[in-house]
Write a protein that binds this ligand. Structure first.
Ligand SMILES: [Zn+2]
Length: 136
């Protein structure tokens, strides 16, 4: 998607500083903001570093690796359950996301290794979600 196409999405339009994140996600690249003063990464993106309040931030490619911090199973009458999760990224931040590709959520364990993948959302952009590495 182009920048103009992304900005037609009300969520993106509300947070235009995230356009580089969504552009990268469309290329299956996960970006995180890194503070150039204290060196910490954080999530969710914001205008100032939550650790030192510097506004000297830059986007940096994340490894896409993490561990399952916690999750909940949302069962529906039909179809596979939704797995809402917090993933602890290898770089440190916690990300609210979904686990995909797992039809037996009872097999998931806190601490399982996960890897980012990307899923189209109804608005057309691609969002980071994660697959458990232990279960294929
Ligand atoms: Zn900082």
């Amino acid at each position: 998607m182009t920048r103009d196409e992304l900005l037609r999405d009300p969520y993106v339009a509300a947070f235009p500083e995230l356009v580089p994140f969504w552009e990268a996600a469309a290329r299956s690249v996960l970006l995180l903001p890194r503070c150039t003063v204290c060196g910490a990464t954080h999530w969710h993106p914001r205008a100032q570093c939550p650790f030192c309040r510097s506004d000297a931030l830059r986007w940096e490619q994340a490894s896409g690796r993490g561990t399952l911090h916690t999750f909940t199973v949302i069962r529906r009458p039909h179809g596979a359950p939704d797995l809402l999760a917090y993933v602890r990224l290898e770089e440190g931040p916690l990300m609210l996301t979904s686990i995909v590709g797992e039809e037996q959520p009872e097999r998931l364990r806190i601490g399982d290794a996960v890897q980012v993948t990307f899923r189209a959302v109804p608005e057309g952009r691609w969002a980071p979600v994660f697959r458990c590495q232990a279960i294929k």
